[in-house]
Ligand binder design. Structure first.
Ligand code: ZN
Length: 112
């Protein structure tokens, strides 16, 4: 395996793992339509992360309107596999790099 290939495999694996957390958040949103703030799970690549993030449903919908987007806590961003596209003191919105981007689009819960 080349170094490039290893990085791309890592990016794809991260995108798949993080897509599972994205599915969890889709269910959370379904259950919390009337709340001003809802508590979503961090969609970072750490399998042991159990932190939560407070977002309005409007903020969450804005993130989900694009396939290659994940919601993570500040500090849970991994520069090898993703880039920050938006953020504030509560959360960051990240986009997958390289082949992780197409995995993210493919697993987009809104278009599958
Ligand atoms: Zn996290």
């Amino acid at each position: 395996m080349t170094e490039y290939g290893d990085l791309e495999k890592r990016r794809q694996r991260a995108a798949r793992n993080q897509s599972l957390f994205r599915e969890v958040n889709e269910r959370i949103e379904d259950l919390s339509s009337s709340a001003t703030f809802a508590t979503f799970v961090c969609e970072c690549m750490s399998e042991t992360c159990d932190e939560s993030v407070s977002l309005t449903v409007e903020e969450y919908e804005h993130i989900r309107s694009t396939g290659n987007r994940f919601l993570v806590r500040p500090g849970h961003y991994e520069p090898d596999i993703e880039e920050i596209v938006e953020g504030n003191d509560r959360f960051l919105v990240v986009a997958k790099l390289g082949s992780g981007a197409s995995v993210s689009e493919h697993l987009n819960p809104r278009t599958r």
